[in-house]
Write a protein that binds this ligand. Structure first.
Ligand code: ZN
Ligand code: ZN
Length: 304
């Protein structure tokens, strides 16, 4: 089965990005993305605007970011129309705004992904639990103000993930880079102190072919892992065990951790491959791979 790289979340000059759709698409293609999407705020940048920049061996997928107030945003993946709030929502709480975003993504035919929970610490596991039909959220958003990087072991979005998974509910973790700036400049003319370039967060999708339908189906069904640069040569889930093998980029070393209920560390292996045998009491098992380049990969939870 081939694996395809996809970033579903970035911006162009059609909203607040600093490169036009064609240039943005060309940059993503140069980073090796097989699936290129532009998810501008409250609008739909149609793939016709950038498909010519992709060449013949990549596809475009229409996406749009519902951009509500209070930092409550919902990404619409594979939508037929723009997703946007229809009215001022100052009187609506964050959960209500996210609810509206999810409903609008569904009405536009897309897969809804709750965005950047820790941007201004907008929402947490209680919000995800209050939206029981949501299946995807950003466990990693590379923008520095989205606080997706780990401090002591797990990152803040991972803590949200483990709390929800521990209730027995399956939610898939998505990585994106949410790039806005493709040219080196900082705020107010000063050099940037924190970088947020494209290519830092993406999904690696296990689809039978590189087509809009196949990629959407695989993403919707959770047949992908989230990456910040760590990629896998093999990932298999059997009735008794999980097998993970890292595809090293150079000579880096990796640590493979298997995580279960309440974020418990079930097993840890230093090396490029590992197997985990289910004991039956984990409730769920997900793998988290880190390497000496500073990258991560998060596989989707296996519910037991
Ligand atoms: Zn956003
Ligand atoms: Zn965004």
């Amino acid at each position: 089965m081939p694996w395809f790289r996809a970033n579903f979340h970035c911006h162009s000059t059609n909203s607040d990005g600093d490169a036009g759709p064609e240039e943005t698409a060309r940059i993503y293609r140069s980073f090796g993305m097989d699936v290129v999407t532009l998810s501008d705020h409250n609008t739909l940048t149609h793939p016709d605007e950038y498909r010519a920049a992709l060449g013949s061996d990549a596809i475009a997928l229409p996406c749009s970011e519902y951009t509500g107030p209070k930092c409550a945003h919902v990404l619409g993946v594979d939508v037929d129309d723009a997703v946007a709030p229809s009215r001022e929502q100052a009187d609506v709480d964050v959960i209500g705004i996210l609810r509206d975003g999810v409903d609008r993504v569904r009405a536009a035919g897309g897969v809804a992904v709750l965005c950047h929970p820790c941007w201004n610490w907008t929402w947490d596991h209680d919000a995800l639990m209050a939206l029981p039909d949501v299946t995807h959220f950003e466990v990693f958003n590379a923008a520095p103000d989205c606080n997706s990087y780990p401090t002591f072991g797990r990152s803040a979005p991972e803590v949200i993930w483990d709390r929800v998974l521990s209730t027995g509910r399956l939610v898939y973790g998505v990585a994106t880079d949410d790039a806005h700036y493709y040219h080196a400049h900082g705020r107010d003319g000063k050099p940037p102190r924190k970088l947020s370039p494209p290519g830092l967060g993406y999904c690696v999708i296990d689809a039978p072919e590189l087509s809009r339908r196949a990629v959407r189906d695989a993403f919707e069904a959770g047949r992908f892992y989230a990456s910040t640069g760590v990629e896998l040569a093999d990932y298999r889930v059997g009735p008794d065990a999980i097998h993970v093998r890292v595809a090293p980029w150079s000579h880096e070393r990796a640590t493979i951790e298997f995580i279960g209920i309440d974020g418990t560390l079930l097993a840890r292996h230093d090396g490029l491959s590992a197997d985990y045998r289910f004991t039956g009491v984990e409730r769920y098992v997900r793998a988290r791979i880190t390497d000496t380049t500073g990258g991560y990969a998060f596989t989707q939870p296996v519910m037991l």
